[in-house]
Design a protein around this ligand. Sequence first.
Ligand SMILES: C[S@@+](CC[C@H](N)C(=O)[O-])C[C@H]1O[C@@H](n2cnc3c(N)ncnc32)[C@H](O)[C@@H]1O
Length: 527
Amino acid sequence: MFIPASLSHTSAAFKPQPAGPSLQGPRRLSSAQRPVKELLPQITSGEAVQTSKLPRKNPKSAREAAVLQLERISSQGTYIHIGKRADVTEAGKPPVNGRLEVDARAQKSATGLVAGVLKSQRRLDHLLSPFLAKPEGLAPGLLNLLRLGAYELLVFNKPGRIVNEYVQLAKQLSHSRAGGFVNAVLRKVTQLQEAQVWQQPLQLDAAASLSDQLGLYYSHPSWMVQRWLQQFGQVETIDLLCANNRLPEYGIRVSPGVEGGPQGLLEDLQVRLPAEVEVSASEYLPDYFLHTVRGLQDMISMPQFKAGQMQVMSESAGMVVRLLDPQPGERILDACAAPGSKTLFAASLMQGKGQIVALDSKAARLKLLESAARKQGLSSMIHPVACQLQDLQQQHPELIPLGGFDTVLVDAPCSGTGTLAKRADLRWQRLPDDLSDLCTLQATLLDAAAALVRMRGFLVYSTCSIEDDEDEAQILSFLQRHTNFKAVPSQATCLPQSVISSDGFLRIFQHRHGIEGAFAAVLQREQ
Ligand SMILES: C[S@@+](CC[C@H](N)C(=O)[O-])C[C@H]1O[C@@H](n2cnc3c(N)ncnc32)[C@H](O)[C@@H]1O
């Protein structure tokens, strides 16, 4: 079956073109696709390219920085995306290889290359594999370098002379003979570039599994695609895969004290922002957020950002806080708080009155929350605690108000499948078994949280997942275990109707709403 280009909703990086050969690899290899081993047996089968060194500590160019970032992701799972401090990893620690020496522009283009390679990885590997005698034996440094070269050639259609840049990089990072190997492989890739292989539209083969074919073409793991096919059907799954491959857009929360709110800030910013920046008031939370389609780096280099007048935060996360509806004077427990964007937004709505206990099991991530709270002048309202939620009663009984908290937020650890456009690496880091482990943890956290809610108080559960098991099914199962709680349907008073499901939950899908996928439910304790 042929999927017409109009169904593909592709980004610039995935522009469909008129008909071409099937996405299944050719059955007979053309000369362009014969393994390089036949040309360079002494290299591909030898030790030289199997033992490439890690890149230097301080990269000098965007491409070298990109290899370094890809190495970090493979070895430490640390993905640094635009909008995050480049010297702090997801775990809240400085990256082991230290600061990058490249300037901000080169760093930005390195980050773009890395995200592009990660989002195209499966298809790139498939196209590279006929040229590699033993792809699994290649040192990761060299494989990542080939992926980057193939990405620039095939997706960006860069001229063939960039092959030489990758050859020099391979020699510098690895071994002089690796240069010859990279040259041979990337020369083969330029032949695929000339044949416009990347631009060929998806053609489905009835004999092969749909999830494998979509997974390969749109570079996602087949198990994820399989789940979404069951949940959404074929056409919507393709929309979802395309949405995950688009460039991410970012929400910007505007601090409450800013004169004129988001609109006022926008007018202030427009005087200084370069013309190519695309930013407007948020469609979903116009009183609190801006939405940046392009130019986040420019936004965060503005003095208003440094002065704490705006913070990077997804509008989906913002809507969870609107559901939480924090009121001045309340005692709130944010049970999975770090790095703290929801705690900070909630505190900023409480007009300086009340207290939020910001608990998280990871002390390093809580440090980020503490420093942001200081910067935003909210420290006096936020009490950070490094502790597992299940241990709070035992370890810190003094933090629990008599009768319980007015509201407890469980922003649970989850698969993050709503955030795949931003977290380009996540699709490869998640494994099918993670889902059942995460569901078990989410249920444990919900049970522990239930015991901390006061009578007639609220429990708000949220995820940035679009998986039913972690969302609706998790809540239905909680309500069966805790018959003293009831679900409170969300009203369209503080949120647009379009994000509220027929069950009354907050339900955002990236391909339907154009912002990060998320879920939230409000539950009330009745007895
Ligand atoms: C989705 S993140 C929270 C994001 C945060 N609410 C925000 O808006 O910035 C989930 C958090 O749960 C924390 N966590 C995991 N297991 C936990 C546990 N047993 N008790 C408390 N926190 C836990 C993780 O360390 C992680 O920071």
